[in-house]
Design a protein around this ligand. Structure first.
Ligand SMILES: Nc1ncnc2c1ncn2[C@@H]1O[C@H](COP(=O)(O)OP(=O)(O)OP(=O)(O)O)[C@@H](O)[C@H]1O
Ligand SMILES: [Mg+2]
Length: 398
């Protein structure tokens, strides 16, 4: 049961919200709080509860949400407002409030918002409460010079494998626009990287608010939902976010887009290991060679680069044995072309779960093992059977 404390200065609104919660089978209303201190007390006595703030609660009082998110991990907050607008949502999020519902939608959306807030806070608290929390997290950046080479496939599967193995893992979709990680994992994030624009301090509250948990155990920092918002994201902000994430997670896997702009360079510059995904066609090989020579200049030494040849069994184009010679760098991983990949993408499930016996799943698992070795992380501990349990089919999000 989810314990919920409701606070609004107007007793009729508090009564309405409590009434909706009483009809909800998963909620256990703790009652109407008469002051913000009452909320503070209720959530301290019942850690992991949900605090609900009604429309009359002022922004100074909302600050209690950020305080309690810090001092009482697992607590979460929902705000009910007269009218929804982008500025209200953004302001709420900065206070660490998970969900905002407008009064006219209370009957339909309030209880689900309480469930979501509770679920997310619990998952994020669990992932950040692991003992390695303050370890110096490692960063793996997956990149390529061309679109469609398989970066997002590699990044999502790599992150899901590591998370499932018990490593606290964050997948960062470092695309200013049209990032795919959320849809590859069938997630629909309420908050994304663009919510960090203009934030002065990347404290735990704001970092948790942007985090979207996935059933594998990984946490996603999604690319902006609105492509127009992406232009406000700066490379400096990305570098600061990565630096902060290193303090919170053991492993940060970064998916990039194909333009080698300042944003991608920031993701590469932070990398302990860079996975360059390429294919067997001549233009891709030529670009890969140019790119390898450029990496040195953004501070990624060649020993930290691993070339991943995707669709390595393709019988058209450049023979794979020639690739290493042509680019002047060894090929660390070959991934076969496999129809299981588009099938898994269409179902929104990482292919290592979706089709565990496929050649591509085996090759990606090997890539996962080698990456752990390269980063000096302990070998994967989970049994194959547990690792590849197919998750319950999530509901469609597109
Ligand atoms: N090994 C593979 N076998 C079969 N299909 C693949 C393989 N790898 C990737 N694909 C297909 O190629 C397409 C692009 O893959 P993915 O989205 O991972 O690439 P990307 O480099 O992230 O692309 P984008 O430029 O859109 O970000 C997808 O439709 C996917 O199904
Ligand atoms: Mg992609």
């Amino acid at each position: 049961m989810i314990r919920v404390a409701v606070y609004d200065k107007d007793p009729r609104i508090a009564a309405l919200l409590l009434e909706v919660l009483r009809r909800d089978r998963e909620s256990e209303p703790l009652g109407a709080a008469s002051s913000i201190d009452d909320v503070r007390r209720a959530l301290s006595v019942h850690p992991g509860s949900v605090g609900v703030f009604g429309p009359s609660v002022g922004s100074d009082e909302l600050a209690v949400a950020s305080e309690l998110s810090r001092t009482s991990p697992g607590s979460s907050f929902v705000q009910v407002v007269d009218e929804l607008d982008a500025e209200t949502i953004r302001a709420s999020m900065r206070h660490g409030i998970r969900d905002v519902v407008a009064i006219p939608d209370v009957e339909r959306e309030f209880a689900p918002a309480v469930h979501r807030a509770h679920e997310m806070a619990t998952a994020v608290a669990a992932s950040s409460a692991r003992p390695e929390r303050n370890a110096h997290g490692r960063v793996v950046t997956v990149f390529s010079t061309k679109g469609g080479t398989g970066r997002s496939t590699v990044a999502t599967n790599l992150a899901a494998l590591q998370a499932k193995a018990g490593t606290s893992t964050l997948l960062l979709d470092a695309s200013r626009r049209f990032g795919d990680c959320a849809s590859l994992l069938r997630l629909r994030p309420d908050h994304t990287l663009s919510d960090l624009v203009g934030v002065t301090s990347l404290d735990d509250t704001i970092m948790q608010a942007v985090a979207t948990p996935h059933e594998s155990g990984l946490t996603l920092f999604a690319a902006p939902n609105d492509p127009l918002e992406g232009s406000a994201l700066s490379a400096d902000l990305l570098s600061s976010v990565i630096k902060r994430l290193r303090e919170l997670y053991q492993l940060i896997v970064i998916d990039t887009n194909s333009s080698l702009d300042d944003f991608t360079n920031a993701a590469l510059g932070s990398a302990d290991l860079a996975l360059m995904v390429t294919s067997l066609d001549l233009p891709a090989i030529k670009d890969a060679k140019l790119c390898l020579s450029m990496l040195d200049r953004v501070g990624v030494a060649s020993e930290r680069v691993r070339v991943v040849l995707n669709r390595a069994n393709s019988d058209v184009g450049f023979p794979s044995a020639e690739v290493a010679k042509a680019i002047g760098h060894p090929v660390a991983h070959g991934l076969p072309s496999d129809v299981a990949v588009p099938r898994a993408i269409n179902d929104g499930v990482p292919v290592v779960w979706h089709s565990p016996k496929s050649k591509i799943a085996k090759a990606l698992s090997k890539l996962g093992e080698d990456t752990r070795h390269d980063l000096a992380l302990a070998p994967l501990k989970v049994e194959k059977r547990a690792l590849f349990l197919r998750p319950a089919r999530a509901k469609a999000t597109i």
